[in-house]
Design a protein around this ligand. Structure first.
Ligand SMILES: Cc1ncc(COP(=O)(O)O)c(C=O)c1O
Length: 423
């Protein structure tokens, strides 16, 4: 962690520069950069799987070391890391209380914890969109299928976008009675990269209708500056697989502090999840039992069973780097890289999906995504494609990160133009 902080300090306080990154940050990624040199591949799939820092292996070894050296007492070292992990994620998403963040192994697990926390009789009336990630989509569909939810799906416009006004209209169609209601939307859409402008209005409309809101921030956290506290959503879900380069299994659910309570037994009208376990108890290590569940105070009431502690070591370096470099500066650098790429592509007659605010990747429409991705790979560009939520088109996604050089972007533009260009 010291090396990460020292590298960030050496870069100085101003905007991130390629030369500064090369001198101070690239050395923290010697393994993936060596792989890149050997393969000659230009990695532009950072929106999918973030590239790991060298430190990840030593960090996981550290976590394992406590097990080897201390056996059952390893928990004395593991629990502070669990809490430090929550604090890092809180800092990334602009949440003032670390205990609001509850580690999960997937974003879907976070959504399920919310679905079964909502009080009230009968199926939950849900508004969501056709643009949510497959994992979220399938959890909602399964709940609908089993009669536990009635999901109304907001359709995209012809460009595959979900505008705040349309979402507000869909929320207006939720039943007006007292039944349980939920809205599930993304902050940044995973196929098109659309940043949902006016998300605060969507949240306000949901609250007016008596619905709680889950925001999927997987494509925003660590890439786009945000304030969970100011946004006012009831819950946020996300993970470290992408922009904070923390690998699989290190996801989270964040709960707005207004839903946190004193220690004790939740009331019938409280948001209290049945995805629970002994770590959610007020005093787990007393092993005492009561007839009613006696939950911990604050966000700890949302913890579950024995946590997968090694994931916190695995995610540590990437979160530390994100925080040390600063999300504002990372965002500004990424936007400059996107402009470099789109300017070069435009010279070849290729434009991105649109010019509206987008997350960290450049989306380009094509008729056959898998064929485009295979052709790009064959020429040394690693990207991916997803079906567009509207129509039969695909979107190929290209995401540079701090390791992507301007030379790589220029070369990638030539290759992308040869595969996706008009000629
Ligand atoms: C918007 C979004 N949400 C969630 C996920 C991952 O969900 P899970 O952790 O449930 O697999 C992804 C992964 O690509 C995503 O893009």
């Amino acid at each position: 962690m010291l090396a990460i902080r020292e590298a960030a300090r050496s870069m100085g306080p101003g905007a991130l520069s390629e030369s500064g990154l090369r001198d101070h940050v690239f050395p923290l990624f010697s393994r993936v950069l060596e792989r890149g040199r050997e393969s000659g591949e230009i990695y532009l799939a950072n929106h999918s799987l973030g590239r790991p820092m060298d430190a990840v292996e030593a960090d996981v070894r550290e976590g394992l070391g406590y097990w080897y050296d201390h056996l059952g007492n390893a928990w004395d070292a593991w629990m502070p890391e669990h809490d430090a992990h929550r604090a890092r994620i809180a800092a990334v998403i602009g949440c003032g209380r670390a205990d609001c963040v509850v580690p999960k192994t997937s974003a879907a697990q976070g959504l399920r914890a919310v679905l079964n926390a909502i009080p009230g009789e009968g199926p939950i009336s849900v508004v969501s969109t056709r643009g949510e990630f497959d994992s979220i989509d399938s959890v909602l569909k399964m709940h609908h299928h089993r009669g536990r939810a009635r999901v109304a799906w907001a359709e995209p416009d012809e460009r595959g976008r979900f505008e705040a006004d349309d979402l507000v209209r869909a929320i207006g169609d939720l039943p007006s009675g007292a039944g349980p209601k939920l809205v599930v939307v993304s902050a940044v859409y995973f196929v098109t990269g659309q940043v949902v402008e006016g998300l605060d209005r969507v949240i306000a409309a949901a609250h007016e209708r008596g619905a709680i809101v889950v925001v999927d921030a997987y494509h925003a956290a660590g890439a786009v500056p945000m304030s969970f506290d100011d946004l006012g959503a009831d819950f946020m879900i996300g993970g470290n697989y992408k922009y904070t380069r923390g690998g699989p299994g290190a996801c989270w659910l964040c709960i707005h502090p207004r839903h946190l309570r004193e220690a004790g037994t939740p009331g019938a009208a409280d948001l209290a999840t049945t995805d629970t376990g002994w770590f959610a108890l007020a005093d787990p290590f007393s092993y005492s039992r009561t007839d009613e569940p006696r939950l911990a105070a604050g966000g700890d009431a949302w913890l579950e069973a024995t946590p997968p502690v090694l994931a916190y070591y695995q995610a540590r370096a990437g979160l530390e780097l994100t925080l040390a470099l600063g999300i504002e500066r990372l965002r500004a650098y990424n936007l400059r890289q996107q402009t470099m790429l789109t300017d070069a592509l435009r010279a070849h007659g290729i434009g991105p999906l649109d010019d509206k605010p987008r997350g960290a990747f450049v989306p380009i429409a094509t008729a056959d995504g898998p064929a485009a991705v295979a052709a790009l790979r064959a020429r040394g560009v690693d990207a991916d494609a997803r079906p567009c939520p509207s129509g039969s088109r695909w979107v190929v996604r290209f995401c540079p990160d701090v390791l992507t050089t301007s030379d790589e972007l220029a070369r990638a533009a030539e290759i992308i133009a040869s595969v996706l260009g008009p000629g």
